[in-house]
Design a protein around this ligand. Sequence first.
Ligand code: GCU
Length: 419
Amino acid sequence: MKRLILALTAFMPLAPSLAQNFIPNYDESKVPDYVLPDPLQFANGQRVHDAPDWENRRIEILRLFEEEMFGVSPAWDGQMQLLELSRNNEALGGKAVQQEVKLTLERNGQWVDLVLLTYLPKGVDKAPMFVGLNFYGNHTISADEAIHVTKSWIRNNADMGYTDNRASDSNRGSRVTNWPVEEMVNRGYGLATMYYGDIDPDFDDGFANGVHALFPDEIRNDKSWGSVAAWAWGISRIVDYLEGVPGVDHGRLAVVGHSRLGKAALWAAAVDSRFTIAISNNSGCGGAALSRRRFGETVERINTSFPHWFNRRFRIYNNEEDSLPMDQHQLIAILAPHPVYIASAAEDLWADPKGEFLSAVAATPVYQLLGKEGLPVSEWPKVEVPVMGTLGYHVRKGGHGMLYYDWMQYLDFADRHWK
Ligand code: GCU
């Protein structure tokens, strides 16, 4: 009976009052008791004994995330055309090549333009790269006037001067502190970034635009891909492109993302093994934070505020977190044995910093099974005391954001694993 009710609620419209009346829990003593699904136990109760067993269990967990949460993304069977939009061989005081390339994805007469901004350090034969989507447009990463302002739908933002859902060039360089490209380049890393709304505009449009529109033949159902999966899918198209760029080290690609884009980064690394490091910055609910803790944002709240982010089946778990067949520690576990870094911010309670940490702790047995360290600690570290094993973690002081401090840890973490 409970199952039937759960199944029915998946198709019921969510009452707007749920979002309005929601009072997040920020009291650790009110976190309910919960039991996490064991990543090392198959659904049929059998134990995972070794690496070959894990390969099968990994696929089992991946399917759960796909079918119950992010949605099933289509395979890419179209064409990609490339057009260089701008190039500066003397960027960052001559230290880097800055390039903008339009990736036109074409499939059965439908097309979508994605504009990628890359920085490649000079004097490095094959550069390891950070690959990550940005929130406000490529022109916010650098003040360089050559960089095109996105033509895609963008959320209105009075502070940014964005009206009519269009970006303006008044904000060139306004996100430089969130993307310390010069530090990356100084340390031998490249960056590839794209405005996430090029891939899928972030509003509930019934999946008519963005890359979803490349698949008009798709018959959508309650397992179909949502926007987070679409952003992850777009990140994979960036890698398709990078694979053809000779100055890139294709074995050393780190996917990185903040907040909703941190959720997308984790999912991108789960479905695309070409990423050998994943970095989640304040990804919170639906990202690194354990759903069962119901601390800060909850499954019901995220599905209500952002009905387009996940698939419809995920709504079954609104207020039913204990019946989730997986939890977010398993999203980290299925990235093993690759290094993963999870960053929290102390005042970012909405994203449940402790729940993000506990995910890494609960993923560690999988790393250990594969002969890796996982996270070196099981006690929540103090503010700005990063810990780095195969899993890395820190909680920065301050609130929600991807800041210079966070990046310095990512660079150290990448050095540690790649140099
Ligand atoms: C909202 C949302 C979060 C998300 C965040 C962001 O706060 O509730 O889940 O991570 O936006 O993307 O900044």
